[in-house]
Design a protein around this ligand. Structure first.
Ligand SMILES: NC(=O)c1ccc[n+]([C@@H]2O[C@H](COP(=O)([O-])OP(=O)(O)OC[C@H]3O[C@@H](n4cnc5c(N)ncnc54)[C@H](O)[C@@H]3O)[C@@H](O)[C@H]2O)c1
Ligand SMILES: [Zn+2]
Ligand SMILES: [Zn+2]
Length: 388
């Protein structure tokens, strides 16, 4: 079959690879119908997540049809249209039982490197390196889905493939980010990043009761999209001083919660950004411009909810602000399984719009071009959806 493979840093290509087979009783094989690019892939392509190997198939945000089920699968059936959570979790361990699916003890089939880096291994993640299981991804004609009863969800008929595919990753990540914020009536929430994840976090914050949601980015087309599609306020960080603007918009208090949906490749200006770039090029730290700004902007007693992905260390981390303003920092890879059934219902009811995110539906054979457009934010690309 054809698949889009990681061949080295900034080197992708469509290759002929073997089709996946059932390896464990609880596996299903899914024939992919739609597979989205994601900001997380950029960290792999740019070489900031270690443990990728030449030939690894990319893609973790996907939807398709079940074509084969393992003997231990109870609920999934051949012919079903399913959306699959990007995180691979067993559903049974002490973490899954607490709803902490991305901390699953059994999803990562190659836990040693993760343990040596972070202490204890988390769940598996499709196509996210040999740190998190080395699973083959979904930018392919077929994909093997482990623990399918736990991670593959039937899709309501009224949602198209290109709308529902976001229930795999972007929508639940955004929802979790807002859920972490303990939003109360009257709260103001600021969101750094107007990509698919930031937009879905902003939409969730509004649905969870925020009085105002302010989204920060530098791309005019993304900011206009937030205003038009979600009806929310925006700030362009290249035009205003974000901390000052947020203070002005919140009667001098700062946002009650700040969501970081940018991650380790944040952009910025000035000497701090130059310092981050040099240190990141030497693989000594992650670029945390947006994270620092979120911490410094947040109101006293507020929550900083971090869903942007970080892999290593953050220099100049404003711990003094965390302690002395009494902030709570929450973060995780998405615990998607906890939210996806509820979110599919909300999406089908029209409460969470996603169709506008699918700016570039393309054939899988155009995968290299799709990532070039997405990485460089060309042609208004928010998400390319690859169709095998
Ligand atoms: N925790 C999870 O489970 C999970 C799931 C999916 C994605 N992610 C992460 O979420 C992040 C966003 O993903 P995405 O798909 O939306 O990516 P994206 O690349 O489409 O969007 C990121 C946006 O951040 C903006 N940005 C850069 N620097 C900024 C700054 N200083 N201030 C404000 N905005 C800034 C960029 O202009 C861009 O629009 C990534 O780090 C990704 O890895 C996490
Ligand atoms: Zn993702
Ligand atoms: Zn588990």
């Amino acid at each position: 079959m054809k698949a889009l493979c990681w061949m080295g840093v900034n080197d992708l290509s469509v290759e002929d690879v073997p089709e996946p087979t059932i390896l464990n009783d609880q596996d299903v094989i899914v024939k992919v119908r739609a597979s989205a690019v994601c900001g997380s892939d950029l960290h792999l392509i740019d070489g900031y997540i270690p443990a990728m190997r030449r030939g690894d198939i990319l893609g973790h945000e996907f939807l398709g049809e079940v074509v084969e089920v393992g003997p231990g699968v109870r609920d999934r059936r051949v012919g079903e249209r399913v959306v699959v959570c990007s995180i691979i979790s067993c559903g049974r361990c002490r973490y899954c039982r607490r709803g902490l699916f991305s901390a699953c003890d059994n999803g990562n089939a190659e836990p040693a490197a993760f343990e040596s880096l972070y202490g204890y291994a988390g769940a598996g993640i499709f196509a996210y390196s040999h740190l998190v299981g080395g699973y083959a991804g979904s930018h392919a004609e077929y994909v093997r889905v482990p623990f399918a009863d736990v991670g593959a969800f039937p899709v309501p008929e009224d949602l198209s493939d290109d709308e529902a595919v976001f229930a795999s990753d972007g929508v639940p990540t955004g929802w979790m980010a807002a859920d972490f914020c303990d939003i109360e009536p009257g709260h103001v929430v600021a969101v750094w990043g107007a990509g698919g994840v930031g937009q879905m976090a902003a939409a969730a914050a509004k649905l969870l009761g925020a009085a105002r949601v302010i989204v920060i980015d530098r791309f005019p087309d993304r900011l206009r999209m937030v205003e038009r599609e979600l009806g929310l306020e925006t700030l362009d960080y290249t035009r205003v001083d974000v901390r000052e603007a947020l203070r002005d918009l919140t009667a001098g208090r700062g946002p009650d919660a700040c969501i970081e949906a940018v991650g380790m490749e944040a952009h910025g200006n000035g000497p701090q950004y130059a310092y981050d770039r040099v240190k990141q090029a030497a693989r000594l730290e992650d670029r945390a411009v947006a994270l620092r700004e979120a911490i410094l902007s947040c109101a006293k007693g507020g929550v900083v909810s971090v869903v942007g992905v970080f892999g290593s260390f953050v220099d100049k981390f404003p711990m003094g602000a965390v302690v002395n303003k009494g902030l709570t920092i929450r973060s995780a890879q998405q615990h998607g399984h906890r939210y996806i059934p509820m979110l599919l219902e909300r999406m089908a009811a029209g409460e969470i719009p996603t169709a506008h995110l699918a700016t570039h539906p393309l054939p899988l054979s155009d995968g290299v071009r799709a990532y070039d457009m997405f990485k460089h934010k060309k042609d208004g690309c928010v998400r390319a959806i690859l169709h095998p």
